[in-house]
Design a protein around this ligand. Structure first.
Ligand SMILES: [Zn+2]
Length: 154
């Protein structure tokens, strides 16, 4: 009886672990396929959760009107009207296009940070912090420019 009980507990634990790891994205490709589609820098950021060096993205100081889409799957993620200069060296937004950016948690540098991912393909975008503009949301989406493509408003 005890053994049986233990088995049930283990089964529940394992099923929850596998559910947590298995998020199905609408756009899903193998690493090889992504490597063909993306530049090495885009692949490093989007698929390996890398970070570009600050002040290196041409989008950092871009204030033209338009929309920022995922460089991998082209889903619209951010609008130009929500972009602001955080002086951090990375493109910064005070909010995402609702439903298109996923919040996840990573412990890469020892403590929990909110990781931002494309909700369509799971590509890593950056992190969110609570030091955004106080007048609006108070949230800063700190995004790697290489994870985005800018589409100018016609
Ligand atoms: Zn995407």
């Amino acid at each position: 009886m005890k053994k049986y009980f233990l088995f049930i507990i283990m089964a529940i634990l394992f099923s929850e672990v596998s559910i947590a790891q298995k998020k199905e994205y609408r756009v899903s490709k193998s690493n090889k396929e992504w490597q063909k589609l993306l530049t090495p820098k885009q692949y490093y950021i989007l698929r390996e959760a890398g970070t570009e060096r600050p002040f290196t993205s041409p989008l950092n100081k871009n204030y033209e009107k338009g929309v920022y889409v995922c460089a991998a799957c082209k889903t619209p993620l951010y609008k130009s009207e929500h972009k602001y200069d955080s002086h951090s060296g990375w493109p910064s937004f005070d909010r995402e296009i609702k439903g298109n950016v996923e919040n996840d948690v990573d412990y890469k540098i020892g403590y929990a940070r909110t990781e931002l991912k494309c909700n369509t393909c799971g590509g890593h975008l950056g992190h969110s912090f609570r030091d955004g503009p106080k007048k609006t949301t108070g949230i800063r989406h700190c995004i790697n420019g290489a994870a985005l493509e800018f589409i100018r408003k016609q």
